[in-house]
Design a protein around this ligand. Sequence first.
Ligand code: HEC
Length: 154
Amino acid sequence: MRSCKFGLISLLLWIATVATFAWFFIHGNTTAGTDRRTAIVMKASEREFVLSEMRGMLVATQGIMEGANRGDMQAVIKAASAAGMGVAADANPALIAKLPLDFKTLGMSVHQDMDDIAKAAAAGTPTAEILKMESNTLTKCIACHSVWQLQAVH
Ligand code: HEC
C-alpha cells in the first residue's frame, strides 16, 4: 500500500514537472509590454543576440532585393542563405526556453523562407517570383513586430 502511494506521488511530481516544462515551451517568459505589445523577458546579452540576428535579417532582405533587381541570382543566394536555418541553430537553449511557441514558429518559418528563396534562386526561378516570395516573408516580419517586444532584465 505504502509503496503504491509513493509511486503515485512520484507520478504526480513527474506530471507537474513535465507540465511546467510544457507551459514554458508554449508561453515562454513574457509580461505586459510598454506599448500594448507583449514583452519577452530575457537577459540583456540575449536581447542583444536576438537584435543582432534581426539586423542580419534586414541585411539579407536588402541583399535579396538588390540581387533580384540586378538579376544577380548568386547575390540573392548568398544574401538569403546568410539568414537561413543555419543561423537559427546558433541560439542557446536557455534563450529558446524564454521564447513563446508562436514566436519560435514564426521565427523559424522566416529562416526557412530564406532557405527557400536561396533554393528558388539557384533553380532559376524568375525574378518576379523571387520578389513575391520575399514580399510574403516581409509580412511575417511585420506580423511578429506588431505583437512582441523584447525586454531585458539585468
Ligand atoms: C518571430 C518574431 C520576429 C520575426 C519573424 C522578425 N522579427 Fe525583427 N524583431 C522582433 C522583435 C521582438 C524585435 C524587437 C522589437 C522591440 O523590442 O521593440 C525585432 C527587432 C528588429 C529590428 C531592430 C534591430 C535593432 O537593432 O534594434 C530589425 C531591423 C528587425 N527586427 C528586422 C526584421 C526583419 C527584416 C524581419 C523579417 C525578414 C524580422 N525582423 C522578422 C521579432 C521578429
